[in-house]
Design a protein around this ligand. Structure first.
Ligand SMILES: Cc1cc2nc3c(=O)[nH]c(=O)nc-3n(C[C@H](O)[C@H](O)[C@H](O)COP(=O)(O)OP(=O)(O)OC[C@H]3O[C@@H](n4cnc5c(N)ncnc54)[C@H](O)[C@@H]3O)c2cc1C
Length: 458
Protein backbone atom coordinates (compact mmCIF):
# COMPACT_ATOMS: atom_id res chain seq x y z
CA UNK A 1 0.00 0.00 0.00
CA UNK A 2 2.83 2.43 0.75
CA UNK A 3 4.91 1.72 -2.32
CA UNK A 4 4.52 3.94 -5.33
CA UNK A 5 6.22 4.57 -8.59
CA UNK A 6 6.68 8.23 -7.65
CA UNK A 7 6.12 10.08 -4.40
CA UNK A 8 5.56 13.81 -4.95
CA UNK A 9 6.04 16.14 -2.00
CA UNK A 10 3.79 19.21 -2.34
CA UNK A 11 0.54 19.65 -4.27
CA UNK A 12 1.03 23.16 -5.61
CA UNK A 13 0.87 23.64 -9.38
CA UNK A 14 4.33 22.08 -9.88
CA UNK A 15 3.49 18.90 -7.93
CA UNK A 16 0.01 18.62 -9.44
CA UNK A 17 1.40 19.05 -12.97
CA UNK A 18 4.03 16.38 -12.37
CA UNK A 19 1.37 14.04 -10.91
CA UNK A 20 -0.95 14.67 -13.84
CA UNK A 21 1.77 13.96 -16.41
CA UNK A 22 2.98 10.77 -14.71
CA UNK A 23 -0.48 9.38 -13.94
CA UNK A 24 -1.34 10.03 -17.60
CA UNK A 25 1.45 7.60 -18.47
CA UNK A 26 0.04 4.95 -16.16
CA UNK A 27 2.44 5.59 -13.27
CA UNK A 28 1.24 5.04 -9.73
CA UNK A 29 1.80 8.38 -8.01
CA UNK A 30 1.30 9.64 -4.47
CA UNK A 31 1.03 13.35 -3.72
CA UNK A 32 1.61 14.43 -0.14
CA UNK A 33 0.46 17.95 0.72
CA UNK A 34 1.15 19.57 4.09
CA UNK A 35 -1.87 21.91 4.03
CA UNK A 36 -5.57 20.92 4.26
CA UNK A 37 -6.19 21.95 0.63
CA UNK A 38 -4.25 21.49 -2.59
CA UNK A 39 -2.99 24.46 -4.62
CA UNK A 40 -0.11 25.92 -2.57
CA UNK A 41 0.37 29.57 -3.49
CA UNK A 42 -2.69 29.39 -5.76
CA UNK A 43 -4.99 27.94 -3.08
CA UNK A 44 -8.27 29.38 -1.83
CA UNK A 45 -9.60 28.43 1.57
CA UNK A 46 -11.53 29.68 4.57
CA UNK A 47 -9.51 31.70 7.10
CA UNK A 48 -11.32 32.43 10.35
CA UNK A 49 -14.68 32.32 8.56
CA UNK A 50 -13.69 34.45 5.58
CA UNK A 51 -13.08 32.94 2.14
CA UNK A 52 -9.60 33.97 1.02
CA UNK A 53 -7.08 33.18 -1.67
CA UNK A 54 -3.31 32.96 -1.41
CA UNK A 55 -3.10 36.07 -3.52
CA UNK A 56 -4.85 37.45 -6.55
CA UNK A 57 -3.45 35.86 -9.68
CA UNK A 58 -3.52 36.68 -13.34
CA UNK A 59 -3.05 34.23 -16.19
CA UNK A 60 -0.98 35.83 -18.95
CA UNK A 61 -2.07 35.05 -22.50
CA UNK A 62 1.44 34.11 -23.63
CA UNK A 63 1.66 31.11 -21.28
CA UNK A 64 2.02 27.91 -23.33
CA UNK A 65 2.65 25.02 -20.92
CA UNK A 66 -0.01 25.88 -18.34
CA UNK A 67 -2.90 25.87 -20.86
CA UNK A 68 -1.76 22.48 -22.19
CA UNK A 69 -1.63 21.09 -18.65
CA UNK A 70 -5.06 22.47 -17.80
CA UNK A 71 -6.56 21.03 -20.99
CA UNK A 72 -5.12 17.63 -20.08
CA UNK A 73 -7.04 17.90 -16.82
CA UNK A 74 -10.23 18.60 -18.79
CA UNK A 75 -10.30 22.25 -17.72
CA UNK A 76 -11.51 24.72 -20.33
CA UNK A 77 -9.76 28.09 -20.12
CA UNK A 78 -12.88 30.03 -21.07
CA UNK A 79 -14.74 28.45 -18.18
CA UNK A 80 -12.24 29.46 -15.50
CA UNK A 81 -11.06 32.82 -16.85
CA UNK A 82 -12.68 36.04 -17.86
CA UNK A 83 -10.44 37.98 -20.22
CA UNK A 84 -9.08 41.48 -19.72
CA UNK A 85 -7.73 43.48 -22.66
CA UNK A 86 -6.46 46.40 -20.59
CA UNK A 87 -5.05 47.33 -17.22
CA UNK A 88 -5.48 50.46 -15.16
CA UNK A 89 -2.94 52.52 -13.25
CA UNK A 90 -4.25 54.82 -10.54
CA UNK A 91 -2.19 57.85 -9.64
CA UNK A 92 -1.76 58.97 -6.05
CA UNK A 93 -3.55 62.23 -5.12
CA UNK A 94 -4.76 62.63 -8.66
CA UNK A 95 -8.03 61.62 -10.23
CA UNK A 96 -6.24 60.71 -13.45
CA UNK A 97 -6.37 57.12 -14.51
CA UNK A 98 -3.96 55.55 -16.97
CA UNK A 99 -5.63 52.90 -19.07
CA UNK A 100 -3.26 50.72 -21.03
CA UNK A 101 -4.46 48.29 -23.65
CA UNK A 102 -2.29 45.21 -23.97
CA UNK A 103 -4.08 42.89 -26.37
CA UNK A 104 -3.10 43.60 -30.00
CA UNK A 105 -5.47 40.95 -31.34
CA UNK A 106 -8.33 41.06 -28.86
CA UNK A 107 -8.35 44.80 -28.17
CA UNK A 108 -6.28 46.64 -30.80
CA UNK A 109 -8.05 49.98 -30.37
CA UNK A 110 -7.53 49.97 -26.62
CA UNK A 111 -3.84 49.24 -27.23
CA UNK A 112 -3.41 52.08 -29.73
CA UNK A 113 -5.35 54.59 -27.65
CA UNK A 114 -3.34 53.57 -24.57
CA UNK A 115 -0.02 54.19 -26.31
CA UNK A 116 -1.08 57.42 -28.02
CA UNK A 117 -3.33 58.66 -25.23
CA UNK A 118 -2.78 59.24 -21.49
CA UNK A 119 -0.89 62.39 -22.52
CA UNK A 120 -1.65 64.36 -19.37
CA UNK A 121 0.11 61.78 -17.32
CA UNK A 122 2.81 60.64 -19.72
CA UNK A 123 4.08 63.32 -22.06
CA UNK A 124 5.49 62.43 -25.45
CA UNK A 125 9.00 62.92 -23.98
CA UNK A 126 8.13 60.47 -21.17
CA UNK A 127 6.94 57.89 -23.69
CA UNK A 128 9.95 58.37 -25.97
CA UNK A 129 12.30 57.94 -22.99
CA UNK A 130 11.03 54.37 -22.70
CA UNK A 131 12.01 53.39 -26.24
CA UNK A 132 15.82 52.95 -25.77
CA UNK A 133 15.15 51.36 -22.37
CA UNK A 134 12.96 48.62 -23.82
CA UNK A 135 14.97 48.08 -27.02
CA UNK A 136 18.29 47.73 -25.15
CA UNK A 137 16.67 45.68 -22.39
CA UNK A 138 15.40 43.00 -24.75
CA UNK A 139 18.73 43.00 -26.60
CA UNK A 140 20.71 42.59 -23.35
CA UNK A 141 18.29 39.89 -22.18
CA UNK A 142 19.10 37.89 -25.32
CA UNK A 143 22.82 38.66 -25.58
CA UNK A 144 24.14 39.53 -22.11
CA UNK A 145 21.83 37.90 -19.55
CA UNK A 146 24.49 37.67 -16.81
CA UNK A 147 25.39 41.36 -17.18
CA UNK A 148 21.71 42.30 -17.06
CA UNK A 149 21.19 40.28 -13.87
CA UNK A 150 23.85 42.40 -12.13
CA UNK A 151 21.68 45.53 -12.37
CA UNK A 152 18.44 46.58 -10.69
CA UNK A 153 15.65 47.91 -12.87
CA UNK A 154 16.14 51.31 -11.21
CA UNK A 155 19.81 51.37 -12.32
CA UNK A 156 18.95 50.14 -15.80
CA UNK A 157 16.24 52.77 -16.26
CA UNK A 158 18.66 55.48 -15.11
CA UNK A 159 21.30 54.19 -17.56
CA UNK A 160 18.89 54.70 -20.49
CA UNK A 161 17.45 57.98 -19.29
CA UNK A 162 13.87 56.91 -18.47
CA UNK A 163 12.07 60.00 -17.18
CA UNK A 164 10.64 59.97 -13.66
CA UNK A 165 6.91 59.84 -14.58
CA UNK A 166 7.51 57.13 -17.17
CA UNK A 167 9.47 55.18 -14.57
CA UNK A 168 6.75 55.36 -11.90
CA UNK A 169 3.75 54.92 -14.16
CA UNK A 170 5.07 52.21 -16.48
CA UNK A 171 8.25 50.54 -15.15
CA UNK A 172 7.15 50.29 -11.50
CA UNK A 173 3.74 48.66 -12.25
CA UNK A 174 5.54 46.14 -14.46
CA UNK A 175 8.07 45.31 -11.71
CA UNK A 176 6.94 46.12 -8.15
CA UNK A 177 3.33 45.69 -9.28
CA UNK A 178 4.06 42.09 -10.19
CA UNK A 179 6.72 40.99 -7.69
CA UNK A 180 6.30 43.41 -4.79
CA UNK A 181 10.02 44.30 -4.66
CA UNK A 182 11.04 47.97 -4.75
CA UNK A 183 12.64 48.82 -8.14
CA UNK A 184 16.02 49.38 -6.45
CA UNK A 185 16.05 45.65 -5.60
CA UNK A 186 14.35 44.22 -8.69
CA UNK A 187 16.66 42.49 -11.18
CA UNK A 188 16.64 44.02 -14.67
CA UNK A 189 17.07 40.47 -15.99
CA UNK A 190 13.84 39.35 -14.33
CA UNK A 191 12.02 42.46 -15.61
CA UNK A 192 12.83 41.83 -19.27
CA UNK A 193 12.75 38.05 -18.84
CA UNK A 194 9.10 38.17 -17.82
CA UNK A 195 8.14 40.34 -20.77
CA UNK A 196 10.35 38.70 -23.44
CA UNK A 197 8.35 35.47 -23.94
CA UNK A 198 5.36 37.67 -24.73
CA UNK A 199 7.02 39.19 -27.80
CA UNK A 200 6.73 36.23 -30.20
CA UNK A 201 3.22 35.57 -28.87
CA UNK A 202 2.16 39.21 -28.73
CA UNK A 203 -1.01 38.39 -30.64
CA UNK A 204 -2.08 36.11 -27.78
CA UNK A 205 -1.53 38.74 -25.13
CA UNK A 206 -4.39 39.40 -22.74
CA UNK A 207 -4.94 38.70 -19.07
CA UNK A 208 -7.10 35.99 -17.52
CA UNK A 209 -8.86 36.77 -14.22
CA UNK A 210 -10.14 33.73 -12.34
CA UNK A 211 -13.87 33.00 -12.19
CA UNK A 212 -13.69 31.36 -8.78
CA UNK A 213 -11.15 30.33 -6.14
CA UNK A 214 -8.13 28.67 -7.74
CA UNK A 215 -8.32 25.49 -5.68
CA UNK A 216 -11.99 25.14 -6.61
CA UNK A 217 -11.76 25.80 -10.33
CA UNK A 218 -8.24 24.57 -11.13
CA UNK A 219 -6.20 22.68 -8.52
CA UNK A 220 -8.85 20.37 -7.04
CA UNK A 221 -10.04 19.34 -10.53
CA UNK A 222 -6.39 18.51 -11.40
CA UNK A 223 -6.10 16.41 -8.23
CA UNK A 224 -9.41 14.67 -9.06
CA UNK A 225 -8.07 13.59 -12.46
CA UNK A 226 -4.92 12.18 -10.82
CA UNK A 227 -7.11 10.21 -8.39
CA UNK A 228 -9.35 8.92 -11.17
CA UNK A 229 -6.21 7.53 -12.81
CA UNK A 230 -5.40 5.53 -9.66
CA UNK A 231 -3.11 8.16 -8.18
CA UNK A 232 -3.43 9.17 -4.53
CA UNK A 233 -3.57 12.72 -3.20
CA UNK A 234 -3.29 13.13 0.56
CA UNK A 235 -3.59 16.47 2.36
CA UNK A 236 -2.43 17.36 5.92
CA UNK A 237 0.65 15.21 5.29
CA UNK A 238 3.75 17.26 6.01
CA UNK A 239 6.89 15.48 4.88
CA UNK A 240 9.66 15.93 7.43
CA UNK A 241 12.38 13.67 6.12
CA UNK A 242 13.73 12.04 2.98
CA UNK A 243 14.53 8.34 3.34
CA UNK A 244 17.86 7.21 1.92
CA UNK A 245 19.50 3.84 1.36
CA UNK A 246 23.15 2.99 2.04
CA UNK A 247 24.17 4.37 -1.34
CA UNK A 248 22.67 7.75 -0.39
CA UNK A 249 19.90 7.29 -2.97
CA UNK A 250 16.46 8.65 -2.12
CA UNK A 251 13.97 5.84 -1.61
CA UNK A 252 10.99 7.49 0.09
CA UNK A 253 9.76 10.04 2.60
CA UNK A 254 8.59 10.20 6.19
CA UNK A 255 5.68 12.40 7.29
CA UNK A 256 5.20 14.34 10.53
CA UNK A 257 3.15 11.44 11.93
CA UNK A 258 6.03 9.02 11.34
CA UNK A 259 4.42 7.29 8.35
CA UNK A 260 6.82 6.16 5.63
CA UNK A 261 6.04 6.09 1.92
CA UNK A 262 8.36 4.54 -0.63
CA UNK A 263 8.87 5.30 -4.30
CA UNK A 264 11.27 4.56 -7.13
CA UNK A 265 11.36 8.32 -7.52
CA UNK A 266 10.74 11.16 -5.10
CA UNK A 267 9.90 14.61 -6.45
CA UNK A 268 10.41 17.45 -3.98
CA UNK A 269 7.85 19.95 -5.34
CA UNK A 270 7.68 22.30 -2.37
CA UNK A 271 8.62 25.94 -1.98
CA UNK A 272 12.36 26.67 -1.90
CA UNK A 273 12.24 27.14 1.87
CA UNK A 274 10.78 23.67 2.51
CA UNK A 275 13.04 22.09 -0.10
CA UNK A 276 16.09 23.52 1.67
CA UNK A 277 14.91 22.04 4.98
CA UNK A 278 14.34 18.59 3.45
CA UNK A 279 17.58 18.54 1.45
CA UNK A 280 19.92 20.20 3.93
CA UNK A 281 20.28 17.22 6.27
CA UNK A 282 21.22 14.54 3.73
CA UNK A 283 22.84 16.74 1.07
CA UNK A 284 24.08 19.81 2.97
CA UNK A 285 27.69 19.04 2.02
CA UNK A 286 26.98 17.90 -1.55
CA UNK A 287 28.55 20.39 -4.02
CA UNK A 288 25.61 20.29 -6.48
CA UNK A 289 23.15 21.51 -3.82
CA UNK A 290 25.33 24.38 -2.52
CA UNK A 291 23.99 27.20 -4.76
CA UNK A 292 20.33 26.33 -4.11
CA UNK A 293 20.89 25.98 -0.37
CA UNK A 294 22.38 29.50 -0.43
CA UNK A 295 19.79 30.98 -2.82
CA UNK A 296 18.11 33.80 -0.84
CA UNK A 297 14.33 33.96 -0.50
CA UNK A 298 11.78 36.76 -0.42
CA UNK A 299 8.30 37.11 1.06
CA UNK A 300 4.94 38.33 -0.21
CA UNK A 301 2.05 39.81 1.74
CA UNK A 302 -1.53 40.03 0.60
CA UNK A 303 -4.52 41.90 2.03
CA UNK A 304 -8.14 41.04 1.30
CA UNK A 305 -11.18 43.08 2.23
CA UNK A 306 -14.87 42.16 2.12
CA UNK A 307 -16.90 45.29 1.39
CA UNK A 308 -20.53 46.35 1.47
CA UNK A 309 -20.28 47.35 -2.19
CA UNK A 310 -17.69 47.13 -4.97
CA UNK A 311 -14.67 49.40 -4.57
CA UNK A 312 -14.30 49.84 -8.32
CA UNK A 313 -16.68 50.09 -11.24
CA UNK A 314 -15.14 47.06 -12.92
CA UNK A 315 -13.16 44.00 -11.87
CA UNK A 316 -9.89 44.86 -13.58
CA UNK A 317 -6.17 44.52 -12.83
CA UNK A 318 -5.13 47.83 -11.28
CA UNK A 319 -1.78 49.20 -10.13
CA UNK A 320 -1.16 51.82 -7.45
CA UNK A 321 2.43 53.02 -7.86
CA UNK A 322 3.95 54.98 -4.94
CA UNK A 323 1.49 53.34 -2.52
CA UNK A 324 1.31 50.10 -0.52
CA UNK A 325 -1.16 48.76 -3.11
CA UNK A 326 1.31 47.34 -5.63
CA UNK A 327 -1.46 45.69 -7.62
CA UNK A 328 -5.08 44.97 -6.79
CA UNK A 329 -8.49 44.21 -8.16
CA UNK A 330 -12.12 44.36 -7.26
CA UNK A 331 -13.29 40.75 -7.45
CA UNK A 332 -16.98 40.63 -6.54
CA UNK A 333 -18.02 39.91 -10.16
CA UNK A 334 -15.20 37.44 -10.89
CA UNK A 335 -13.24 35.41 -8.33
CA UNK A 336 -15.51 36.05 -5.34
CA UNK A 337 -18.91 36.25 -6.99
CA UNK A 338 -21.67 36.48 -4.44
CA UNK A 339 -19.80 38.96 -2.22
CA UNK A 340 -21.24 42.49 -2.29
CA UNK A 341 -17.71 43.92 -2.65
CA UNK A 342 -14.27 42.40 -2.51
CA UNK A 343 -10.80 43.86 -2.85
CA UNK A 344 -7.65 41.72 -3.12
CA UNK A 345 -4.37 43.60 -2.79
CA UNK A 346 -0.74 42.59 -3.22
CA UNK A 347 1.25 44.74 -0.81
CA UNK A 348 4.35 46.55 -2.07
CA UNK A 349 7.50 46.12 0.01
CA UNK A 350 6.13 43.10 1.91
CA UNK A 351 8.94 42.96 4.49
CA UNK A 352 7.47 46.15 5.94
CA UNK A 353 4.08 44.48 6.39
CA UNK A 354 5.09 41.10 7.80
CA UNK A 355 5.45 42.39 11.40
CA UNK A 356 2.26 44.49 11.23
CA UNK A 357 -1.11 43.36 12.58
CA UNK A 358 -4.09 43.14 10.21
CA UNK A 359 -5.53 46.26 11.90
CA UNK A 360 -2.34 48.26 11.32
CA UNK A 361 -2.23 47.06 7.72
CA UNK A 362 -5.89 48.00 7.17
CA UNK A 363 -5.17 51.56 8.28
CA UNK A 364 -2.29 51.94 5.78
CA UNK A 365 -4.31 50.37 2.97
CA UNK A 366 -7.36 52.56 3.65
CA UNK A 367 -5.19 55.69 3.59
CA UNK A 368 -3.59 54.63 0.29
CA UNK A 369 -6.95 53.61 -1.20
CA UNK A 370 -8.23 57.10 -0.34
CA UNK A 371 -5.18 58.64 -2.04
CA UNK A 372 -5.95 56.56 -5.13
CA UNK A 373 -9.54 57.80 -5.22
CA UNK A 374 -11.28 54.81 -3.60
CA UNK A 375 -13.39 55.82 -0.62
CA UNK A 376 -14.02 52.48 1.06
CA UNK A 377 -13.51 53.17 4.78
CA UNK A 378 -17.23 53.04 5.62
CA UNK A 379 -17.79 49.89 3.54
CA UNK A 380 -15.35 47.50 5.23
CA UNK A 381 -17.09 44.31 6.46
CA UNK A 382 -14.13 42.04 7.17
CA UNK A 383 -10.46 41.69 6.23
CA UNK A 384 -7.55 39.27 6.34
CA UNK A 385 -3.80 39.59 5.89
CA UNK A 386 -2.02 36.61 4.37
CA UNK A 387 1.73 36.43 4.78
CA UNK A 388 3.92 34.35 2.52
CA UNK A 389 6.99 34.11 4.67
CA UNK A 390 9.85 33.61 2.25
CA UNK A 391 7.85 31.51 -0.22
CA UNK A 392 9.68 32.96 -3.23
CA UNK A 393 13.28 32.71 -4.36
CA UNK A 394 14.79 36.17 -4.43
CA UNK A 395 14.37 38.09 -7.68
CA UNK A 396 17.04 40.58 -6.70
CA UNK A 397 20.06 41.04 -9.00
CA UNK A 398 22.75 38.38 -8.98
CA UNK A 399 20.87 35.27 -7.88
CA UNK A 400 19.31 33.75 -10.98
CA UNK A 401 22.26 31.42 -11.68
CA UNK A 402 21.80 29.76 -8.24
CA UNK A 403 18.45 28.18 -9.17
CA UNK A 404 18.78 24.39 -9.48
CA UNK A 405 17.84 22.20 -12.40
CA UNK A 406 14.97 19.74 -11.89
CA UNK A 407 17.37 16.86 -12.59
CA UNK A 408 19.61 16.19 -9.59
CA UNK A 409 22.71 13.97 -9.48
CA UNK A 410 21.08 11.92 -6.70
CA UNK A 411 19.40 8.71 -7.80
CA UNK A 412 15.72 8.70 -6.92
CA UNK A 413 15.53 12.49 -6.40
CA UNK A 414 13.98 15.06 -8.75
CA UNK A 415 13.04 18.67 -8.00
CA UNK A 416 10.07 20.74 -9.16
CA UNK A 417 8.77 24.16 -8.20
CA UNK A 418 8.79 27.69 -9.58
CA UNK A 419 12.24 28.36 -8.06
CA UNK A 420 13.87 25.58 -10.12
CA UNK A 421 15.46 26.58 -13.42
CA UNK A 422 12.84 27.38 -16.04
CA UNK A 423 12.44 30.53 -18.12
CA UNK A 424 9.30 32.13 -16.66
CA UNK A 425 10.53 32.86 -13.10
CA UNK A 426 8.11 32.62 -10.17
CA UNK A 427 4.85 32.18 -12.06
CA UNK A 428 2.13 29.58 -12.49
CA UNK A 429 3.55 28.94 -15.97
CA UNK A 430 7.02 28.41 -14.47
CA UNK A 431 5.62 25.98 -11.88
CA UNK A 432 3.87 23.99 -14.64
CA UNK A 433 7.03 23.90 -16.78
CA UNK A 434 9.02 22.58 -13.82
CA UNK A 435 6.39 19.88 -13.19
CA UNK A 436 6.42 18.78 -16.83
CA UNK A 437 10.24 18.71 -16.81
CA UNK A 438 10.30 16.65 -13.60
CA UNK A 439 7.90 14.10 -15.14
CA UNK A 440 10.00 13.88 -18.32
CA UNK A 441 13.16 13.25 -16.28
CA UNK A 442 11.44 10.43 -14.39
CA UNK A 443 10.07 8.84 -17.55
CA UNK A 444 13.55 8.93 -19.11
CA UNK A 445 15.54 7.69 -16.11
CA UNK A 446 16.89 4.22 -16.66
CA UNK A 447 17.33 1.64 -13.90
CA UNK A 448 15.08 3.23 -11.31
CA UNK A 449 15.80 2.17 -7.76
CA UNK A 450 14.12 -1.13 -6.87
CA UNK A 451 13.04 -2.11 -3.40
CA UNK A 452 15.27 -4.74 -1.75
CA UNK A 453 14.38 -4.81 1.90
CA UNK A 454 12.27 -2.78 4.32
CA UNK A 455 14.75 0.10 4.45
CA UNK A 456 16.81 -0.45 1.34
CA UNK A 457 16.52 -0.23 -2.41
CA UNK A 458 19.21 -0.96 -4.97
C1 LIG B 1 0.39 36.83 -3.83
C2 LIG B 1 0.81 36.06 -5.04
C3 LIG B 1 0.46 36.51 -6.31
C4 LIG B 1 0.86 35.81 -7.45
N1 LIG B 1 0.45 36.24 -8.68
C5 LIG B 1 0.74 35.49 -9.77
C6 LIG B 1 0.20 35.84 -11.04
O1 LIG B 1 -0.55 36.81 -11.16
N2 LIG B 1 0.51 35.06 -12.11
C7 LIG B 1 1.32 33.98 -12.01
O2 LIG B 1 1.54 33.29 -13.01
N3 LIG B 1 1.83 33.61 -10.80
C8 LIG B 1 1.57 34.34 -9.70
N4 LIG B 1 2.06 33.98 -8.47
C9 LIG B 1 3.07 32.91 -8.40
C10 LIG B 1 2.48 31.52 -8.42
O3 LIG B 1 1.45 31.40 -7.48
C11 LIG B 1 3.58 30.53 -8.06
O4 LIG B 1 4.70 30.75 -8.89
C12 LIG B 1 3.15 29.08 -8.24
O5 LIG B 1 1.87 28.85 -7.73
C13 LIG B 1 4.18 28.20 -7.53
O6 LIG B 1 3.77 26.85 -7.58
P1 LIG B 1 4.70 25.75 -6.92
O7 LIG B 1 4.00 24.46 -7.07
O8 LIG B 1 6.07 25.88 -7.44
O9 LIG B 1 4.79 26.15 -5.37
P2 LIG B 1 3.65 26.20 -4.28
O10 LIG B 1 2.37 26.65 -4.86
O11 LIG B 1 4.19 27.00 -3.15
O12 LIG B 1 3.46 24.68 -3.86
C14 LIG B 1 4.29 24.04 -2.94
C15 LIG B 1 3.43 23.12 -2.12
O13 LIG B 1 4.25 22.32 -1.28
C16 LIG B 1 3.61 22.19 -0.02
N5 LIG B 1 4.64 21.84 0.95
C17 LIG B 1 5.66 22.60 1.41
N6 LIG B 1 6.41 21.91 2.28
C18 LIG B 1 5.86 20.68 2.35
C19 LIG B 1 6.21 19.51 3.09
N7 LIG B 1 7.27 19.48 3.91
N8 LIG B 1 5.43 18.42 2.95
C20 LIG B 1 4.36 18.42 2.12
N9 LIG B 1 3.98 19.52 1.42
C21 LIG B 1 4.74 20.62 1.52
C22 LIG B 1 3.01 23.58 0.20
O14 LIG B 1 2.00 23.55 1.19
C23 LIG B 1 2.49 23.89 -1.19
O15 LIG B 1 1.18 23.43 -1.38
C24 LIG B 1 1.66 34.65 -7.31
C25 LIG B 1 1.98 34.18 -6.03
C26 LIG B 1 1.56 34.88 -4.91
C27 LIG B 1 1.91 34.35 -3.55
Amino acid sequence: MKEFDTVIVGAGLAGLTCGLELSGKGKKVLLLEAEPVVGGRTANYSLGGMEVESGFHRYIGYYTTMPKVLRKAGIRLNEIFTWEEKIEIRVKHDDKLVTLGLAPLFGPLKLISGVLGNNKLLSLRDKLSLVPFFLNGFKDYALKPKELDKMSIREYAAKYGVREDAFHNVVVPLSTGIYFLPPERYSAYVFFGLLAPGIPRLFKLRIGAYLGGMTDVMCRPMADVIEKRCGTVMTKQKVVKLLLNEQQEVIGVETHSGEKFYGKHVVVATTLNSAKQLLNVPFGKHAWFQPMLKLPMMPAAVFQIDLKKPALRKDITTFGPRTSMASFAEQSRTTFRGRPGRLSIILADPEKFLPLTPEETLEIVLRDAEALGMHIREDVLDYRKIDHNYDFHSLEPGYNWMRPDQNTPVKGLVLAGDYTMQPIFATMEGACISGVNAAKIILKRKNPIRRKSQEGYI
